[in-house]
Design a binder for this molecule. Structure first.
Ligand code: ADP
Ligand code: TRP
Length: 332
């Protein structure tokens, strides 16, 4: 059984891309491994959320993950700031991270370009905090997307540097992990690349959103002018809708519309209506559970507490051992 760590940034509501790209593999991993999933609320401070947004976002993400089936009996689902040892380890590891290497982080360079007015030290040392998230639990596997590979590489660098500096083999090298072997990419509704919060509201199918809004977005999704003769290739926009259909609809439904497209008799209105029906049926039970959890303060408190207990036990042990290795000795 491997140890798995993954962090979830609390930034807005979950969409279909998050579910099929991340949460679904969490659900599988919690059955097979010892998992630590956490809400990265300290990381999210780099964007300066208001106190009430910070709290609401954490609550939202917690409720969503419970609603989607993260089982607190099987894994630890915790809030990063509930584990003080993480912040303490972050202080120690920062001493062994060099400015030059941190400045070479792609995400840091991106932020520097996109938010020049808020380049705080937390952004620069983001990879150190992420390394601590992972190393605190001695993770073997870290389920992350391609954009996080460099951070993981840095985690290995920090782990090896610590080992080398102190002549130990204390930290092991975590590996990136993809559940399916290939990374799932859920396309957006606006025809451009992957479904993402950053491409705007019209692009994403959000779980915690009412049925009418979902239908409206799908009916407005980008398509093309339609096939003019049989056996034409699908345009990217149309393929996107078929790709989403492949996630939520029956095989026979997809085959039916595929066939109509091949014959050039497809009506996009019908395709979209069917897709909307199937998305709504998929989303509805999860949305109901999200609403339930958002209003069940006791269940949220219980989940957060159980998660924090497991994570604190593991991270505190690491922190104590790291201090010992580094030469901190108690005088009292
Ligand atoms: P967003 O792009 O909407 O800001 P995040 O970057 O917060 O989403 O992603 C959180 C998790 O969901 C990551 O593991 C990411 O790889 C996954 N994810 C996000 N969008 C998609 C998508 N369209 N297809 C597959 N996985 C996705
Ligand atoms: N950096 C990750 C992201 O932007 C979130 C994250 C923080 C994380 N700490 C982590 C992911 C530790 C995996 C392991 O999505």
């Amino acid at each position: 059984m491997a140890r798995v760590v993954s962090g979830i940034r609390p930034t807005g509501k979950l969409h279909l891309g998050n579910y099929f790209g991340a949460v679904k593999s969490f659900l599988k991993m919690q059955e097979e491994h010892e998992c630590f999933f956490f809400i990265a609320d300290i990381h999210s401070l780099t964007t300066h959320p208001t106190p009430s947004d910070l709290h609401q976002n954490v609550l939202q993400v917690m409720a969503e993950h419970l609603a989607m089936g993260i089982d607190i009996e099987k894994c630890s689902l915790f809030i990063q700031s509930d584990v003080p040892a993480i912040s303490e380890l972050y202080t120690y590891l920062n001493m062994n991270a060099y400015i030059g290497e941190l400045e070479r982080s792609v995400t840091y360079k991106e932020k520097k370009a996109t938010q020049p007015k808020n380049i705080n030290a937390g952004l620069l040392t983001y990879p150190v905090l992420m390394a601590v998230d992972i190393l605190a639990h001695h993770a073997d596997l870290v389920p992350v997307g391609k954009d996080q590979q460099q951070h993981l590489e840095m985690t290995r660098t920090f782990a090896n540097r610590f080992n080398h500096m102190y002549g130990t083999d204390y930290f092991k090298e975590p590996q990136a992990y993809s559940n399916t072997g290939e990374l799932v990419k859920v396309p957006g509704l606006t025809g451009q690349g992957k479904m993402s919060k950053s491409s705007g509201d019209a692009d994403t199918i959000v779980f915690d959103e009412d049925e009418a809004a979902i239908r409206k977005k799908i009916m407005r999704a980008k398509t093309d002018t339609g096939p003019t003769e049989p056996n034409m290739e699908k345009s990217e926009e149309l393929q996107n809708l078929f790709d989403i259909m492949a996630l939520v609809s029956d095989y026979s439904t997809i085959a039916h519309f595929d066939d109509l497209h091949q014959k050039a008799t497809i009506r996009y209105g019908d395709l979209k209506k069917q897709l909307a029906d199937d998305v709504v049926s998929f989303v509805a039970p999860i949305r109901e559970r999200i609403t339930h959890y958002k209003n069940d303060a006791a269940a949220l408190a219980h989940a957060a507490k159980i998660g924090a207990e497991k994570a604190n036990e593991s991270a505190y042990k690491t922190m104590k051992e790291v201090k010992e290795i580094m030469g901190f000795r108690k005088f009292y």
